[in-house]
Design a protein. Structure first.
Length: 321
């Protein structure tokens, strides 16, 4: 996760989108280049280990952990959620403890039209003994604040300036932002939900990451004076969490799924003007809830038995008035 502090956001033309599984990174309007995202970057030049412990008003810090090259969210009852393109990790690491997946427990999430989504549920063999998270049933409105948690690549100290051809310069330049390394590092940051390009405040944006279609909302990595927690996803943040405080209760509003970056921008850099895309969890909440709490196995048989008994009684009554 990277935070933003200095230059005004660069022009939005010529940008590319990358999968969030590779990090909270750059913003873009070109969805043809969606890529996974990585660790959260905050707008603080000397980030160090800042925001690497739960914030004072904890939204669910302990429920987010490393999952292979990406991030995953522990939902409760030994169920986890991540981006489908993170498939392949044998375990989820929460609080330094590794929890193995139940072999074959992965469930691919689908859209209402049965098109597959870049989302996957899985079951853990062990119990992390953590409270579950509440999945939002209504998406937050435009401008709603988010707390974002990711475990992607670690932000390097120092604000970086680039020329129009992406050469590093001492100051000024066309772009500004932060480098990140290949070391995974869990961090939180803040941002707000932006309107779609159409200007409709609460409209979802459907994107195809190359691993499935998802309905999303997004945030913008802005250089706002004093907003040192302003964040963007980078490589490894895919599967990370976006929490929203609804009337004093935290909800899982989004899952990091992709980032948007400028044409020519390096995949491990976060640049002001980048975007982070989040799965709108309210769209998929009913399906996830049904998978996590399936109908009891015997309920269908019991209902069938009751119907059969009722039919037999009705038939008997007809023959013997």
């Amino acid at each position: 996760m990277v935070s933003n502090r200095v230059n005004p956001k660069p022009p939005l033309t010529g940008r590319h989108v990358s999968h969030a599984a590779r990090g909270l990174l750059a913003a873009t309007t070109c969805l043809a280049c969606l890529r996974p995202a990585a660790a959260v970057v905050i707008n603080t030049p000397e980030a160090g280990t800042l925001n690497s412990t739960a914030p004072a008003n904890d939204p669910g810090w302990d429920n987010v952990g490393s999952f292979g090259i990406g991030t995953a969210i522990y939902l409760g009852d030994r169920w986890g959620l991540t981006a489908y393109h993170n498939l392949g990790s044998p375990n989820l690491v929460l609080g330094g403890t590794s929890y193995s997946l139940v072999p074959g427990s992965e469930v691919r999430i689908t859209n209402a039209n049965q098109v597959v989504a870049d989302m996957m549920l899985f079951r853990l063999a062990g119990d992390p003994v953590l409270p579950g998270v509440v999945i939002a049933t209504t998406r937050p409105a435009h401008n709603s604040p988010l707390v974002v948690v990711g475990a992607g690549h670690q932000q390097l100290d120092g604000l970086v300036h680039w020329s129009s051809t992406w050469q590093v310069v001492q100051s000024g330049g066309t772009y500004a932002g932060y480098h990140s390394s290949g070391t995974h590092f869990k961090r939180w940051g803040t941002n707000t939900i932006e309107p779609t390009s159409s200007g409709t405040p609460d409209a979802d944006m459907t994107i195809n990451t190359g691993y499935g279609t998802v309905q999303t909302f997004h945030s913008h990595f802005d250089d706002i004076p004093g907003a040192t927690n302003e964040c963007n996803a980078v490589f490894g943040d895919t599967g990370g969490a976006a929490f929203y405080d609804r009337a004093g209760s935290w909800e899982l509003a989004g899952m990091v799924v992709a980032t948007g970056r400028f044409a020519g921008q390096a995949s491990d850099d976060s640049v002001f003007g980048n975007q982070t895309y989040y799965v709108d969890m309210s769209v998929y909440q009913p399906q996830i809830a049904a998978i996590m709490v399936p109908e009891p196995a015997g309920s269908g048989l019991a209902l069938a038995g009751l119907l059969a008994a009722a039919t037999a009684l009705a038939f008997r009554g007809t023959r013997h008035p």
